[in-house]
Design a protein. Structure first.
Length: 123
């Protein structure tokens, strides 16, 4: 297992995020699982320091992160499984479900508490 230190640069962050993706499915109790948990903590600490989350509603935050990662609504639909529902959510016609919050938090690296904030739907 590589020895990890505090993430202080974008290059360190990218290496850590890449490694995290490689071992994301590591089984509990393994060395890789321990490394995954450490990386999750280090990545979270770096992100909190680097990016203060702007005061936007959950849907807007999803749109921002989609742009950051180059994702489309179709990419979100593949993750969630229903293109119509994604369209409704992105157009403020339907609220985010708990299942969506879990999936999009992980996929878009958005803290779940940001996605649970109240926001207005349109008629």
């Amino acid at each position: 297992m590589k020895q990890w230190f505090l993430i202080e640069t974008k290059a360190d962050y990218e290496k850590a995020a890449s490694r995290f993706e490689q071992i994301a499915t590591a089984k509990k109790g393994t060395e890789e699982h321990k490394e995954k948990m450490l990386l999750a903590f280090l990545i979270s600490q770096y992100e909190e320091k680097q990016w203060s989350i702007p005061p936007v509603d959950p849907v807007e935050m999803i749109k921002i992160r989609m742009e950051d990662f180059g994702y489309t609504a179709a990419d979100l639909a593949r993750e969630y499984g229903d293109k119509g529902t994604i369209s409704k959510v992105l157009n403020y016609k339907q609220p985010l479900s708990l299942s969506m919050i879990r999936k999009f938090s992980k996929m878009l690296r958005i803290p779940a508490d940001v996605l649970t904030k109240e926001y207005k739907l349109t008629a």
